[in-house]
Design a protein around this ligand. Sequence first.
Ligand SMILES: [Zn+2]
Ligand SMILES: [Zn+2]
Length: 249
Amino acid sequence: MTSIKLRPKASVRQALNSFLNFLFPSYCLLCDAPLGVGERIVCGRCWARLEIITDRFCPKCSALLRKGRGICASCSKTGYYFSFNRSLGPFDQRYQTLIHHLKYERMTSLAVRLGEKLVFLLRTEPRFAPAEGIVPVPLHPTKLRERGYNQSLLLAQEVSRGSGLPLIDDALQKVRRTKSQTMLTFQERVENLRGAFRVKLREKVEGKKLILIDDVFTTGSTLNNCAQALLEAGACEVYGLTLAIAKGS
Ligand SMILES: [Zn+2]
Ligand SMILES: [Zn+2]
């Protein structure tokens, strides 16, 4: 009787969940193990095993360094507009599956848990301390209509909520559709994205230190073009915060 008195709604929900799980058993997206009570999409074990880059990374792009310390080989040859990027983890099979489902399979609730992890990273990196706003990498309006949502905005909303930093999602826009970057080098990507991003509301970014949010850091060209547009519109400094980094060193 006491348990019913204490949390009637929770116990009803729990019973309903167990019943639904019995009818439609669900499995972890990453390891195929049956999901337990309260687990959704990914099991607790897999969330705990997700690799987080905490040390031995390039101070510019955050790629894991296999040998030694200091700036990685590709960053030593490249100048970026953003000050640095931090990625949660390497773009391994787990991150690849999570990001694919967040982006293309409408599993938008993944953004909540991944956003929490981005907030953890933000808090542990002292170089983010001066940041004054969160800016998602925008999608072109046509792409946004096709997909129905912008995964970077979903992540940015979570980061804003968790960090208390204001979300600035209407200043930076993608004004030109660009071709897929998969097979392009850094230089080709820079050319492909030239002029693709524009700041519409300068007053929202002027004089500010901003964190750009994106899903994957590959060569850094997307963050770089967004950072360039923000700096040219008067932003003071731009940092990158991304889910996974697809380059090694
Ligand atoms: Zn699992
Ligand atoms: Zn680097």
